[in-house]
Design a protein around this ligand. Structure first.
Ligand SMILES: [Zn+2]
Length: 474
């Protein structure tokens, strides 16, 4: 039988600087691995972009490789690591689909980080890609410092002027400002926001977009309590403070004095305390955490009263709802979303626990063994880099050491968790998780994620697609 013919895929990643992992080196290592497995290199696919995690960057070689794989021109893929192959859940799912379709396809990475040929490997790959997205997200936070810089100078961050101001966002729109002040006065006199909202809708005031007549509750609340009203600059939803701890003052004319604004905020906060969570009705795990990928409104769970073929036997769905101010266009079977999100969160918290060191009490007894194993791994990797040993030797020695290292880390995590049971929120298994009260489950989710975006699935798509569930990591 002829040897399987596989693709070698290479791509420069931004982490490669200083690691000497140029394309030539990646290719060489991949070729050696292919050799080691007794396969033959059919073709080298090489992409040059440095940002596979950007959603809209097309990678021509990657696309060609997928279609060659689908057409049976190649029997599998060898890459340096998963990170170079797929950083977007969408790309990963397309690749996984091809491996699902035909079971005998080959797959290997030089770092041996994942195997798409097995179900466990695919789950692992999904979690890894979600993490890669998290670190890209961390990088994009650095870019956001630029926005923070603008904010510190009290400059507006662009976008349309909020209700109450003229188009330039600086001068007050006198008529709108009068409506705001009148509503605030009502609020102070005990009128509910819901009543003000109904009144504004009827009079056609402050519609977010022209032609719409709906005015979501939270938007009215925001318009009446926005820190901008008294001139405070906000950043990511919070009042921005300067180095001395004073609020940064924006470069626009205020509508309220600070005292007026604080009084309105106090009334709203007080009422929320009186009726906590009344409007939230959190009966489902991700209610209030899940958001619509199209309109970004919060999504709530709802019972599937009639089990249509579309509900896939699920007992409830997360559905973007017009009633709650959303577009109503996105929904997903509830159980599948919950299960995927729980597995992501547990994996993240396990990793976090494993990297926490013991801070008090007796030290973990196996610390020296772990240090030895890690030193061995470093020495081997170094030796391979210096070409003192071959990659195949490295690949033969590494897996056992890595397995031991991971076991030890897990053990240390458990040890540490036992010592800090109260402090650490981590839970080991799905069963543990599901045995907790719902509020506690939600707290655990919110410990790792600030939101879950549910992106629209095409019509008639029956299979649950985890790449359309986007975690927003904390
Ligand atoms: Zn929506």
């Amino acid at each position: 039988m002829a040897a399987p013919r596989v693709a070698v895929y290479t791509r420069i990643s931004r982490d490669d600087e200083g690691e000497g992992l140029g394309v030539a080196r990646q290719r060489q290592d991949c070729e050696r691995l292919t050799d080691l497995r007794g396969w033959a290199v059919a073709k080298i696919y090489e992409d040059n972009d440095v940002s596979a995690y950007k959603r809209h960057v097309r990678r021509p070689a990657f696309e060609l490789m997928l279609s060659d794989l689908a057409d049976g021109l190649i029997d599998g893929v060898v890459a340096y690591d998963l990170d170079r192959l797929a950083r977007q859940p969408k790309d990963l799912e397309r690749l996984i689909d091809l491996y699902d379709e035909r079971k005998r396809r080959m797959f290997a990475t030089v770092t041996n980080d994942v195997n798409l040929g097995t179900a466990d490997g695919r789950t692992m790959a999904r979690v890894m890609v979600a993490f890669a997205n998290k670190s890209s997200h961390d990088a994009s936070r650095r870019i956001q410092r630029k926005h923070l810089e603008l904010a510190r100078q009290g400059k507006s961050s662009g976008g349309p002027a909020p209700y109450g101001w003229q188009k330039d966002g600086r001068k007050v729109d006198l008529v709108a400002a009068e409506h705001i002040r009148a509503a605030q006065k009502q609020l102070l006199a005990g009128v509910r926001i819901g009543t003000i909202r109904t009144d504004w809708q009827r009079r056609g005031l402050a519609h977010p977009r022209e032609g719409t007549t709906r005015l979501p509750h939270h938007l009215v609340e925001r318009m009446l309590t926005n820190p901008r009203l008294c001139g405070y600059r906000t950043y990511r939803g919070e009042v921005l403070l300067d180095d001395d701890g004073h609020p940064v003052i924006g470069a626009w004319d205020p509508i309220n004095t600070v005292e007026e604004w604080e009084a309105v905020c106090a009334v709203v906060a007080e009422r929320k305390q009186k009726y906590p969570g009344r409007s939230l009705a959190r009966k489902y795990l991700l209610s209030g955490i899940a958001r619509c990928g199209l309109c970004h409104a919060k999504i709530r769970g709802q019972i599937n009263r009639h089990r249509s073929p579309n509900s896939k036997g699920a007992s409830f769905s997360y559905q973007c709802s017009v009633v709650n101010g959303g577009c109503g266009k996105v929904g997903r079977a509830g159980e599948a979303v919950d299960e995927f999100v729980i597995s992501l969160v547990l994996a993240e918290q396990r990793e976090r626990a494993a990297s926490t060191t013991v801070r008090e009490g007796e030290p973990w007894p196996n610390a020296s063994e772990l240090a030895e194993v890690e030193a061995d791994i470093a020495a081997l990797t170094q030796a391979a880099k210096a070409k003192e040993i071959t990659v195949s030797t490295l690949l033969q020695l590494l897996p056992d050491l890595e397995r031991r290292r991971d076991e030890l880390k897990l053990e240390r995590g458990r040890f540490s968790k036992a010592r800090h049971q109260a402090a650490s929120p981590s839970v080991d298994t799905l069963e543990d998780f599901l045995s907790l009260p719902l509020e506690r489950q939600q707290a655990l989710i919110l410990h790792s994620l600030s939101a879950i975006l549910i992106h629209p699935a095409g019509r008639g798509v029956r299979k649950f697609d985890p790449s359309l569930i986007e975690p927003v990591w904390r």
